[in-house]
Design a protein around this ligand. Structure first.
Ligand code: AMP
Ligand code: ZN
Length: 142
């Protein structure tokens, strides 16, 4: 179901142009028009969903094979030194377009993208406390 106010729904409907890379029944891939690096592109679900939390499971399952197809082409075409698959949910995660999308984010060793964090040892008691909260939700969701 499309959202008439959604820019990505308009792209899928052909009302706004894009650099389309690929589409199938459930997914659509295109170049990001504000690329961080050359080759930065997006895989979006054809069905409107705000993000991972409300997307259809079958649509999500279709996203990764499309991401793999695009990533392989990108790797062959541009030979980046790495590729991140990034997907934002909510404002603190940096989500600006409220239609599910995964970034195919080619990396260069010197690109300075601020998404790699160090590995500081965690507080095991705190981890267990948080773990128990999530487990309680999972148990009630089944
Ligand atoms: P996010 O900030 O994770 O929600 O990512 C949204 C992405 O969509 C940004 O990287 C934008 O550059 C990109 N974007 C926004 N409008 C368009 C558009 N019309 N065509 C392609 N990419 C877009
Ligand atoms: Zn949409």
């Amino acid at each position: 179901m499309a959202d008439t106010d959604c820019i990505f729904c308009k792209i899928i409907a052909g009302e706004i142009s894009s650099f389309k890379l690929y589409e199938d029944d459930r997914t659509y891939a295109m170049m990001d028009i504000n690329p961080f690096n050359d080759g930065h592109c997006l895989v979006i679900t054809k069905a409107h969903a705000v993000n991972l939390l409300d997307a259809d499971g079958a649509d999500l399952a279709a996203v990764l094979p499309t991401a793999q197809k695009i990533a392989r082409a990108l790797q062959a075409a541009l030979e980046p030194e790495g590729i991140n698959i990034i997907q934002a949910n909510g404002p603190a995660a940096g989500q600006t377009v409220l239609h599910y999308h995964s970034h195919i984010f080619p990396r260069r060793l010197t690109d300075g993208a601020m998404m790699n964090w160090g590995h500081a040892p965690g507080d095991m008691a705190r981890i267990e406390e948080v773990y128990n909260k999530i487990m309680a939700e999972l148990a009630s969701a089944v």
